[in-house]
Design a protein around this ligand. Structure first.
Ligand code: AMP
Length: 429
């Protein structure tokens, strides 16, 4: 007899996972707090598709970045079009801004988004292939005050979800006027030391010299620490802009750390860049979020020159920290009554009664899948509700319900249409 083929057991793909209760309570708290705060700061929500033309990221995020060259999920359609699962949010939002005429509305346009991003990375702590970002983008204003407002938002959000020990690292990468000169200085510095750097840095020297400062290899650190800093090579405008950002942060009493090795892994940044870290090193793998100004991206992608600034926060890592720090999240709903049902007739009527109570704003717990009165009363007791509502065969026929005071055990039968009124009377006592 041929051997029966074992049925396949499905599993989530490597680096991807389900978000399950009770963890989803932390997720909900973080997202709700973020959305409320973003609205308070004058941002409006935008949602863009998770699949875009691959070219959008190749030109936007940058062809030589790790995100695009190593980690992006490409999809080939039957017609041969090259699509990509978005590895980050900004290029899609820029496309939407251009495509939907947002540029012709009064500026600035302040948008926020939340959603999954995809990067084919080696999964490890805090690194997933599907992960979630909450981001802000501001279009149409070059003022340093907006850079500061975005950082202020992040600072407030972390505080609001109970994470106070964050560090903000900040740097300025200059603009197309001053960056080429800095790039030359950096190249000169590294060229003399190229025999002493790692193979990755040798490649960076050719492809993307700014990323040399991003190297985590032990042997490159002494060279990196002495490397020329971009802030020492800014043009007057960029220097003034960066000084203003820092002055706004000082005014807000938001602590920051000037990190001349900060470059960010994306190509489009100009002027201010920043990343947010957890204070206790080792407790959080990598940054919790990062952002900066990208004054040339809209133009690069085919729009009119439009200054812009934004941030993307890594929700997976933030939720992990909220758990670790045992941040309190919304507890169980505050049930006021427990609905006990007996027999088919009782069960039939109980859903309707549940609906009635819900509409009246009386939170009712139930255990519709249980049939034994004892088991149901036990749960009611555990939940600590004041009253149980008992709906059996007889009550269903009579159109009544029994209200049982859980503490005294006193029971009273009332007509179903009066139950809300009767309960309200008892709650007032
Ligand atoms: P990036 O713009 O690439 O710096 O990403 C912004 C934030 O998203 C990072 O600071 C991380 O918190 C988060 N992030 C990036 N990649 C991943 C990943 N593979 N898994 C989980 N979180 C990530």
């Amino acid at each position: 007899m041929p051997k029966k083929k074992k049925r396949k057991e499905f599993q989530a793909l490597k680096g991807m996972r389900d978000l399950l209760p009770p963890d989803t309570a932390w997720w909900d708290k973080l997202i709700k707090t973020g959305e409320d705060l973003a609205r308070d700061f004058g941002f409006q929500k935008i949602e863009t598709p998770v699949i875009e033309d691959a070219e959008l990221f190749i030109r936007g995020t940058g062809a030589t970045t790790d995100i695009v060259s190593k980690q992006m999920y490409f999809i080939k359609t039957a017609g041969g079009t090259s699509l990509a699962l978005r590895p980050e949010g900004t290029p899609g939002v820029v496309r939407a801004y251009m495509e939907n005429g947002l540029a012709s509305l009064p500026q600035p346009i302040k948008l926020f988004y939340f959603g999954p991003m995809f990067r084919h990375e080696q999964p490890q702590a805090g690194r997933w292939r599907q992960f979630y970002q909450f981001g802000l983008e501001v279009f149409g204003d070059s003022g340093a005050v907006l850079d500061a407002q975005i950082i202020q938002f992040c600072f407030n959000l972390f505080k609001a979800v109970g994470l106070k020990k964050i560090n903000i690292h900040i740097n300025s990468l200059g603009c197309p006027q001053c960056r080429p000169a800095y790039r030359r200085v950096l190249l000169d510095y590294y060229r003399y030391r190229k025999d002493r750097v790692c193979p990755d840095c040798k490649r960076r020297l050719k492809e993307n010299p700014l990323r040399l400062l991003d190297c985590k290899e032990e042997k490159c650190q002494p060279i990196k620490s002495q490397a020329p800093a971009s802030v020492d090579h800014l043009c007057d405008e960029c220097r003034k802009h960066f000084k203003e950002v820092l002055e706004f942060l000082d005014e807000l009493e938001i602590p920051y750390f000037l990190n001349s090795a900060l470059v960010r892994g994306l190509d489009y940044y100009t002027k201010t860049i920043f990343e947010i870290f957890w204070e206790e090193e080792g407790l959080a793998p990598g940054a919790l979020g990062g952002g900066g100004r990208y004054d040339n991206l809209v133009k690069e992608l085919g729009g009119k020159p439009t200054p812009a600034v934004g941030v993307a926060l890594g929700l997976d890592r933030i939720v992990a920290l909220m758990k670790k720090e045992e941040v309190k999240v919304g507890s169980e709903p505050n049930f006021k009554v427990f609905l006990v049902q007996l027999g088919l007739m009782g069960k039939k009527k109980s859903l309707k009664l549940f609906e009635k109570l819900h509409q009246a704003g009386i939170l009712a717990a139930e255990s519709l899948s249980r049939d034994s009165i004892k088991a149901q009363m036990k749960i009611a007791d555990k939940l600590g509700v004041k009253f149980a509502l008992i709906l059996g065969q007889q009550e269903a026929l009579d159109g009544t319900v029994i209200i049982r005071d859980m503490q005294s055990g006193v029971q009273e039968t009332v007509p179903q249409e009066k139950v809300v009124e009767e309960l309200k009377k008892r709650f007032r006592k």
